[in-house]
Design a protein around this ligand. Structure first.
Ligand SMILES: Cc1ncc(COP(=O)(O)O)c(C=O)c1O
Length: 408
């Protein structure tokens, strides 16, 4: 069988279905004509789950909030990269994440989560989900799941959610531990899913489904899109997990639009070469920064930078350290700002995973809303700078870092 890298970039498109067009057309339409009233009724009654609905025949598209050929093509392509059973694209990473939480948690199905998480996810969990009646439980370590269940009086979660490596401090969580526990504790009337935010490494460098996760969520704005020119999100995983998420997407209305899906299709052709090249550039940049006299602390998901416990987990479940890092300079916020303001090739902007290198100040930017004590607990200090390495020549990025670090 051909390699995933030979087939996945092109999955979802069949030229014969599109006048021989080598690329997938964009379908800028809100609705689709039925061939008969009977077919229309079968489609709509099936979509709404009306008992006894006839099986619809003909093309699947009905209405673009529910499905669209460009959306379906992009979803098949992501699914091929992840080797998942199904995938769904959303208008943003947060749309994918919040729809997943709403689909898989409820008043009697708590959400158990492993902080630290991306700030937006953490805000939704701590500030919004409890107001909707969902009990949320912080998991300090995945080895403590039994103790937490006891403390919770035996009330099992509907979902265990984690992000690994975590943003921006690179804590590593062992996916297999959460998955094994969920399999042991779920039952026929209590399906329990393990969700992993796989944004940082993406389908090329980390494959959580192979370690037992049920669903992955992505900010596709990052490596999957990869060019800082779109906002999108995705959920990808087991059939039942994604089906429920897609059902909620139908009613919450957070699907990705056809133009964005076309751009995602194009981006996913180069996913592997971009991510691998960015990782190669990062390897050289990180080797320089790791021992730089102006760098007080260097954090990355590369094995050499991880504490011993995390190193073993990283070797078990990660296929590379990726192209993200954070480093601390002296002088607190003022020192970090001097460096950030001096960059010439690194662009001063939030986000990550793009072709251009980016730099930002987590304490006042991506993590501005995180309480001070939580920032302190996770080492998000005032002198910390986060970088995302792009596709530029490593020697130019190193020279840029040297001159910017010369400011402190
Ligand atoms: C790890 C992670 N998850 C989720 C998100 C949210 O994605 P989006 O901004 O596409 O909504 C981000 C955004 O920075 C992120 O870094």
């Amino acid at each position: 069988m051909a390699h995933r890298e030979t087939t996945a970039p092109f999955v979802g498109h069949h030229p014969a279905d599109h006048e021989g067009s080598i690329k997938t057309p964009i379908y800028p339409t809100s609705t689709f004509k039925f061939s008969s009233a009977e077919e229309g009724a079968a489609h709509m009654e099936t979509a709404y789950g009306v008992p006894g609905a006839a099986t619809p025949k003909g093309p699947n598209a009905i209405y673009s909030r529910l499905s669209n050929p460009t959306l379906s093509a992009a979803e098949q392509r992501l699914s091929a990269w992840d080797e998942s059973e199904d995938a769904a694209f959303f208008a943003s990473g947060m749309a994918a994440i919040t729809t997943t939480f709403l689909a898989w948690t409820s008043a009697d199905r708590p959400l158990w989560f492993c902080p630290p998480l991306y700030g937006g996810s953490e805000h939704f969990i701590r500030e919004i989900l409890p107001g909707l009646g969902v009990h949320v439980v912080e998991v300090d370590h995945l080895d403590h799941l039994d103790a937490i269940l006891e403390r919770e009086g035996g009330r099992k979660p509907g979902m265990i959610y984690l992000e690994t490596p975590a943003n921006p401090t690179m804590q590593i969580h062992r996916i297999r531990t959460a998955a094994d526990w969920a399999r042991q504790h779920e039952s026929e009337d209590h399906r329990m899913i393990v969700g992993v935010d796989n944004t940082y490494l993406g389908p090329i460098l980390q494959r959580p489904l192979e370690h037992g996760a049920d669903v992955l969520v992505y900010s596709a704005t990052k490596y999957i899109g990869g060019h800082s020119d779109l906002i999108a999100g995705a959920a990808s995983g087991k059939t039942d997990a994604v089906a429920r998420i897609r059902e909620y997407r139908h009613f919450l209305g957070g699907m990705a639009d056809p133009n964005t899906c076309w751009m995602l299709m194009r981006s996913m052709e180069t996913l592997a070469i971009r991510v691998r090249h960015q990782q190669d550039v990062a390897e050289q940049v990180f080797a320089h920064l790791r021992n730089h006299p102006k760098v007080q602390r260097f954090i990355s998901a590369w094995s050499v930078d991880l504490p011993d416990g995390d190193k073993a987990i990283a070797e078990e479940q990660m296929l590379g350290g990726g192209a993200m890092a954070a480093f601390e300079v002296s002088g607190g916020r003022a020192g970090a700002f001097r460096v950030l303001n001096a960059f010439k090739h690194f662009q001063l902007a939030v986000s990550l995973g793009s072709t251009e290198s980016l730099a930002e100040h987590p304490a006042s930017m991506t993590h501005a809303g995180v309480p001070l004590e939580v920032k302190a607990q996770y080492g998000i200090s005032e002198g910390l700078i986060r970088i995302s390495v792009g596709i530029e020549r490593p020697e130019d990025l190193i020279a840029d870092l040297d001159q910017a670090l010369g400011q402190v």
